[in-house]
Design a protein around this ligand. Structure first.
Ligand code: AGP
Length: 609
């Protein structure tokens, strides 16, 4: 999605805003721009393509100011052109704004502004109406004009605005799109996400929905939707400044794959008390609450949904409560059975995915208890939940999610263990057994990472395949979906996943000598059936990459290649099985020369419906 960065302080703003936008590149964009008050008027400069094209236009050192707002645009309404890029100004550029989100009623606003006030629009965008609305209501008080403008707007928006007549402030407002303020000494910043701020400050204010904030170089004042000043504590972001750097890796994705042993360990150990009981700070769910639940919904999108596929099976097994799972965009339009006996688990790395947030709000309105599994501290989904289970994956910059997925799985196991031990549906022996399995995972992931070269060679051998199938049964089925998505979204190869038992009901008609099949067979009790499925597809000429636990060597007889993962309990095998698939996808994309961290058409956080 779009990225917003603003700076106001006693130093020059241009370089800091551009640097901040660079740290938000992972969100995906196709154009960029910056607005600064220079010689009494707001200068708006924009460029299509990468940030370096904008930098080339504003390289004159004299072209700078102590306040600026910048933007990277991921086109929704209007092609990626210079005119459609942000910032947008009103007709005389006395007002400039940057916007992330969608103004749903922009067409009627455009018509009204044009007919009633003779406004001439420069772009095709929805966002431009915001600049004209603020300009229309501006009478020397930018905060007042912004508040009046948002009363006319429907949709999702994070907006930062400046006025030529008030160059000593930035006013920002948000509804259903993220905004965070960075508080500094002699300066303040505003951004769509924390990584844009880390180089300058780790002290942040998270702006809540329908709040407005006024930044000067020495103050941050937050107002609620009724105009009352809000007292908000500063939060110190724990991420190290270089956490959002690639370090010695060629891509964020490879760095984040290699961070998994560490972040799995941190996510797990941060949740355990010295006696190995599960620590639930941020979670106020009581035994009574847990005994009250008669159904659980897991709702998410993309990779987070795939983590939920595993979560459904392990939580059902541990709690004996029926668990439904659905993608958020479908859940919202179903007639579901939600009430105060429902536990609604939302999984989201960014905590800003609008489909998931909207589903959460629907379930909350209907009485469900909301537990979210989120990576981004203070994000919208986290703040609107009753309880939050944070994955401690640190900033995940690559669009293709890896370490967020495996830490989401850890949270699924912990939620199942906590609820099951509280309800008495699992005994201490099983609890202790599972906890040991979880504690052994970081070391086993490390061992798998040592075979990176093997998976790289597989990618070199098979990167030309145009049709790749991922198959599995039980928990392997959920991992198959994740492996397939990884390959699709960064290498653009047509790949899909299917429950292996389903093959004979139609899909096997596609199998031929050009098919590559990645067959996951980590579940002991389903191993024989999986080997039979492999024989079926091999008989049609497909190439097989089998994946099994060490020692399960029968699979070699029916596979062209075999990937082994360390021995482990069936329940935790997904955490290990996904790692080779992540690395395979990475190297296939590398072979194909794809833009691995910023795949085409994709954004890191999908804050539109
Ligand atoms: C995963 O690799 C994708 N980038 C995408 O499917 C992502 O998982 C999905 O958009 C959900 O995002 P969230 O976890 O931030 O809600």
């Amino acid at each position: 999605m779009c990225g917003i960065v603003g700076y106001i302080g006693s130093d020059y703003a241009k370089e800091k805003v551009i640097d901040g936008l660079r740290r938000l590149e992972y969100r995906g964009y196709d154009s960029a721009g910056i607005a600064m008050p220079v010689s009494g008027a707001i200068q708006i400069t924009k460029a299509v393509g990468e940030l370096k094209n904008l930098e080339a236009k504003i390289s004159d050192p004299a072209f700078d100011a102590p306040v600026a707002i910048g933007h990277t645009r991921w086109a929704t309404h209007g092609k990626p052109t210079e005119l459609n890029a942000h910032p947008h100004g009103n007709m005389d550029n006395s007002i400039a704004i940057v916007h992330n989100g969608i103004i749903e009623n922009y067409q009627e606003l455009r018509e009204w502004l044009a007919e009633e006030y003779g406004i001439k629009f420069k772009s095709e965008t929805d966002s431009e109406v915001i600049a004209h609305l603020i300009g229309l209501y501006y009478d020397g008080d930018l905060l007042d004009a912004v508040n009046k403008a948002v009363e006319e707007m429907r949709g999702a928006y994070a907006v930062a605005a400046m006025a030529a007549a008030e160059p000593d402030k930035i006013v920002a407002v948000r509804k259903d799109a993220p905004l965070v303020v960075g508080a500094g000494n002699g300066f303040n910043m505003i951004a769509s996400d924390v990584p844009a701020l880390l180089k300058y400050t780790r002290d942040v204010y998270f702006i809540e929905n329908n709040e407005t904030v006024v930044l000067t170089k020495d103050s941050v004042v937050i107002y609620d939707e009724n105009g009352n000043e809000v007292q908000r504590d500063i939060q110190a972001v724990e991420w190290k400044a270089d956490a959002a750097d690639k370090a010695e890796y060629d891509h964020f994705m490879l760095k984040e794959i290699h961070e998994q042993p560490k972040v799995i360990q941190e996510t797990l150990l941060n949740r355990l008390n010295p006696d190995d009981s599960i620590k639930l700070d941020d979670i106020s769910m009581t035994k009574e609450d847990i005994d009250n639940f008669n159904k659980i919904y897991i709702i998410a999108c993309g990779t987070a949904y795939h983590a939920g596929l595993v979560g459904k099976m392990v939580i059902e097994k541990m709690t004996k409560i029926p668990v439904e799972i659905d993608v958020a965009s479908e859940f919202r339009y179903r007639d579901t059975f939600i009430d105060d006996k429902t536990l609604f688990i939302a999984i989201s790395q960014s905590g800003e995915t609008l489909d998931t947030l909207a589903a959460l709000r629907d379930a909350k309105d209907r009485g469900a208890r909301i537990l979210s599994v989120v990576n981004a501290v203070g994000s919208s989904i986290a703040r609107e939940s009753h309880d939050v289970f944070y994955t401690l994956a640190g900033p995940e910059v690559a669009v293709a999610s890896t370490k967020a997925y495996t830490t989401q799985l850890i949270c699924m196991y912990l939620i199942g263990l906590y609820m099951g031990s509280t309800k008495g549906t699992i005994d201490k022996e099983y609890y202790d057994f599972m906890l040991k399995e979880l504690k052994d995972l970081p070391g086993k992931v490390d061992r798998i990472l040592l075979s990176e070269e093997k998976y790289k060679k597989l990618a070199e051998r098979y990167h030309f395949n145009d049709h790749v199938f991922f198959i599995g049964r039980g928990l392997d089925s959920g991992v198959s979906y994740e492996g397939s998505l990884k390959l699709k979204e960064i290498s653009y190869i047509h790949s899909f996943a299917i429950a292996a038992g389903e093959l004979k009901h139609g899909t096997i008609a596609l199998m031929d000598k050009d098919s590559l099949v990645v067959a996951l067979a980590t579940q002991d009790r389903l191993y024989e059936k999986m080997v039979s499925n492999i024989v079926e597809v091999q008989a049609r000429g497909a190439h097989i990459i089998g994946l099994a636990k060490e020692g399960k060597t029968e699979i070699e007889k029916t596979s062209d290649e075999v990937i082994y993962i360390p021995q482990c309990a069936d329940e935790v095998a997904p955490v290990l099985a996904v790692i080779p698939l992540q690395i395979f996808a990475y190297y296939v994309a590398l072979e194909k020369g794809c833009n691995i961290d910023k795949p085409k058409n994709l954004a890191k956080s999908v804050t539109v419906e």
